[in-house]
Design a protein around this ligand. Structure first.
Ligand SMILES: Cc1cc2nc3c(=O)[nH]c(=O)nc-3n(C[C@H](O)[C@H](O)[C@H](O)COP(=O)(O)OP(=O)(O)OC[C@H]3O[C@@H](n4cnc5c(N)ncnc54)[C@H](O)[C@@H]3O)c2cc1C
Length: 576
């Protein structure tokens, strides 16, 4: 039963004081609640929806996002969601879902993924592989994890009505959607607007989108119709091997469908024909189009329908106004090819979380918060650009009229399509460079060195310890990931071969960290073999790694420690 007095129920107080107010309980807002709550920061999250997403929404959790879930200790819970552990996660291209198969990218099942990654190297040198799972399931895990943290309050069914920032705090008015209790005033030091693509906060600030929108393609360019379906016979009536995602390439209809639960639930999307009002479409259209896409009319239950716009590659002109930060879809809008929107949203929260906590706890200068936009806006531009390229690659590919014909001409057309689509599948879905290769080379809080940055390429990733990027990964002889040794705060990686980092050097760093009350974990491995590998990867005996697992500095001289901390905590913007 809900407590009924203001003393016991914060929702009944007329005013509330928190450190951070989070508007929006999608992946971005929930991830920030997790990052802040684990650092002892009090936050209130409001979302006007009654709960987490009902519709499947995003479908791919990229490997870097899984590494962040691992850092927070719940990657295994996310990997257990969605498809059964042995369900294939292949992506198949077909003339119809049960028709001619044109191409297929075979990928490991969830059960295989955690073992397969230990055998991989090079571009896939990582702690986690991606996971094919609907966002609706991920949000449940993020919500459960956040609400278990002291100091975090999540309120679904609550609306941000308005807010003001007077330069010293944010004062917001929040109210339950059902009007069950009076509006409440919330005082917060900072606010995150993770209020989605139609962000009211961004609109109030008058921040415009930059980039391109309205890109037209025969597929993935224009208004898309989405239907959440239950189709119990989908697999039993389909002679093709099981896949997770089926992309239909047909001259008369282009569509795709993803398995939501590996049993009977699916997320179906097709482009709305020119001249059709998307608001006029409903369950009957979903059944009709699904039957055409599948190749026969199966028993279908329509769980929901809606529409969305493909053809965006947009980034907000600013990601911050005063004490208010903008993240997730409120800050960038993708065409979902490559599956980057939700992942970029999560990384925004990862980037902002430790910085807000460090400033609120007095460990860092408030200027550290300027680096949120300096780091995340270039990443948003980069990622929306990649997604646009993937959308062009599949959306501008035209299916020739004879593609589905059982004739010699049809066979020849399918062979040609097969060549192209097998290549495309790898371009869009084998993207270690996108997920691991994001860098903060223009950041004011990274100690840049003058070594060259690795090439930025979607399909290949070159591990590099140049500050500003993800730390190169290594599996240790005992089966642990190097990342599992890193602290939740800062990490000093000490590498003993061939140059020996002596204890005085290490102490130089730990002393300056404790003077600044910064949590620093020293990671030093005893094995000479491991040290040799680490030295080859990191090319320096001392490496400072941020709480968001980005390299802040590397070097050999702890006398630099004071200047390094000044830079990485926002106290100084001059070069070290
Ligand atoms: C068909 C499709 C497929 C996709 N596939 C992928 C994919 O595979 N991979 C990927 O990375 N991305 C994908 N995406 C994109 C992904 O769904 C979004 O990028 C993601 O949901 C963004 O998360 P968010 O937290 O920023 O915002 P949202 O999830 O949009 O959450 C915003 C929340 O703010 C709340 N809100 C708004 N205004 C207020 C207010 N005034 N007061 C209180 N609450 C408010 C809303 O209720 C909403 O819950 C896909 C999108 C679509 C449409």
């Amino acid at each position: 039963m809900e407590p009924t007095t203001p003393a016991h129920n914060p929702a009944l107080r007329s005013t509330l004081q928190v450190d951070v107010l989070i508007t929006g309980g999608g992946p971005c807002g929930l991830m920030l609640a997790n990052e802040l709550g684990r650092r002892g920061i009090r936050c209130l999250l409001v979302d006007r929806k009654p709960g987490t997403a009902f519709n499947p929404q995003a479908n791919a959790t990229q490997a870097r996002t899984m590494e962040h879930y691992r850092r927070l200790g719940f990657a295994h819970k996310v990997r257990a969601q969605g498809l059964p552990a042995d369900h294939p996660t292949d992506i198949a291209y077909l003339t119809r879902f049960a028709g001619h198969e044109l191409a297929r990218l075979r990928l490991p099942t969830a059960r295989q993924a955690t073992e397969v990654i230990k055998t991989m190297g090079g571009s896939w040198s990582a702690a986690e592989l991606p996971h094919r799972v609907s966002q609706k399931f991920v949000e449940v895990v993020l919500r459960e994890e956040a609400q278990a943290l002291p100091g975090v309050e999540l309120r679904y069914g609550w609306n941000l009505v308005d807010f003001d920032d007077d330069g010293t705090q944010v004062t917001a008015r929040v109210a339950p959607v059902d009007g069950s209790v009076p509006q409440q005033t919330v005082h917060a030091q900072y606010m995150l607007a993770a209020d989605g693509a139609r962000s009211g906060v961004r609109a109030k600030f008058g921040i415009e989108w930059e980039g391109v929108t309205g890109l037209k393609r025969s597929f993935m360019g224009g208004r898309m119709f989405a239907a959440y379906l239950r189709v119990p016979q989908f697999y039993e009536r389909n002679a093709n091997d099981r896949a997770w995602m089926y992309v239909q390439v047909h001259p008369q209809l282009r569509s795709f469908i993803m398995s939501v639960d590996g049993v009977s639930e699916f997320a179906f999307h097709t482009q709305v024909p020119e001249g059709v009002d998307p608001d006029s479409l409903g369950p009957d259209d979903a059944k009709r189009w699904f039957a055409r896409a599948y190749g026969e009319a199966l028993e279908v239950e329509v769980l929901s329908t809606g529409h969305w716009m493909a053809g965006h590659a947009l980034v907000a002109g600013a990601l911050r106004r005063g004490r208010v930060f903008i993240g997730g879809d409120a800050a960038h809008l993708f065409t979902p090819t490559g599956g980057l929107g939700y992942n970029t949203a999560v990384e925004d929260a990862v980037n902002l979380g430790w910085k807000l906590a460090a400033v609120l706890r007095g460990e860092a200068h408030p200027a550290l918060l300027d680096s949120y936009e300096a780091e995340r806006k270039p990443l948003a531009l980069r990622n929306t650009g990649y997604a646009r390229g993937f959308a062009d690659s599949i959306g501008l590919f035209d299916a020739v009229p004879e593609l589905d014909d059982d004739t010699a001409a049809g066979s020849a057309a399918r062979a040609a399509a097969s060549d192209y689509l097998n290549g495309h599948a790898r371009r869009e879905f084998n993207i270690p460079g996108v997920t691991f290769g994001g860098r903060y080379d223009a950041s004011p809080v990274i100690c840049h060195d003058n070594t060259p940055a690795p090439p930025d390429a979607a399909n290949s990733y070159q591990p590099s310890a140049k500050p500003g990027g993800r730390p190169p990964h290594l599996w240790l002889p005992d089966g642990r990931s190097l990342y599992d040794l890193f602290g939740f705060g800062w990490t000093l990686l000490v590498i003993d071969a061939p140059a020996v980092a002596d204890d005085a050097q290490v102490q130089g760093f730990t002393d300056t960290a404790s003077q600044r009350q910064v949590s620093l974990t020293v990671v030093r491995h005893a094995s000479p073999e491991v040290n040799t590998q680490l030295h080859a990867l990191y090319e320096a005996p001392l490496v400072l790694i941020r709480p968001d697992h980005m390299i802040a500095w590397r070097g050999a001289d702890a006398r630099e420690a004071g200047a390094v901390w000044d830079r990485v905590l926002g106290h100084s913007t001059t070069a070290t």
